[in-house]
Design a protein around this ligand. Structure first.
Ligand code: ATP
Length: 199
């Protein structure tokens, strides 16, 4: 899997549609203070399912929409699109190219798309779970994150190791199966009660 392009439109300082193409090797983004370097990284985290407006330096999620400048009116919609080369089928989708899109409108309404088809946020989060690219993963190390890891509680550090080891997905599936098992046990108890009543 390889990240090919990131497209931003109406996201934070990127009012106009901007396409960043990632070539082979290392890509560096340079620019003066306040020119939008961190906004690009935030766009990446956002499209991968970030749900905390605070961690994107906002108060509420629509704050990511271009808020206007001295020369331009605010916009009503932000969109970020990520395109991956998936010819190695690293992502569990049977397609050579995978496109992830997220949109948000001023009224707070959101849209999530995988290969241009509407999906739930959960589908995107699950697609990237254990791939090392999820919203909580360590392929994106923001300012202060290294200290945060050093200072975190052992329990929290264990969660990081589990993500790296790729077992988060299985833990979630186990949790879901256990919940279904509990529900089924409740139903069986209810059936046993009814049988006793009928006897
Ligand atoms: P530094 O090098 O200082 O860390 P940077 O290049 O990482 O800076 P960012 O923090 O990404 O810059 O960008 C900050 C700029 O983005 C500010 O000028 C801010 O006004 C602008 N900005 C943030 N949110 C919005 C928004 N919703 N609408 C318009 N502009 C925004």
């Amino acid at each position: 899997m390889k990240l090919k392009t990131l497209k931003l439109s109406g996201f934070k300082s990127f009012a106009d549609k901007t396409t960043i193409e990632f070539q082979d090797g290392m890509t560096g983004i340079v620019g003066p203070n306040g020119s939008g370097k961190s906004n690009i990284i935030e766009a990446l985290r956002w499209v991968l399912g970030e749900q905390s407006a605070k961690s994107l330096r906002g108060v509420k999620m629509p704050d990511v929409i271009f808020a206007g400048s001295q020369t331009r009116a605010p916009l009503n919609r932000a969109e970020v699109e990520l395109e991956f080369d998936n010819s190695d089928r690293f992502l569990q989708i049977d397609s050579d190219q995978v496109t992830i899109t997220r949109r948000i409108y001023r009224n707070g309404e959101s849209e999530f798309l995988i290969n241009h088809k509407n999906v739930r946020l959960r589908d995107i989060v699950e697609l990237f779970m254990d791939t090392g690219l999820g919203r909580e993963s360590f392929s994106i190390i923001s300012q202060g994150k290294v200290e945060a890891i050093f200072n975190s509680r052992p329990e929290d550090r264990r969660v990081l190791l589990e993500e790296v080891a790729g077992i988060v997905k299985y833990k979630k599936e186990k949790q879901k199966a256990k919940q279904e098992l509990d529900e089924t046990t409740d139903h069986l108890d209810r059936v046993a009660d009814i049988i006793t009543e009928l006897d």
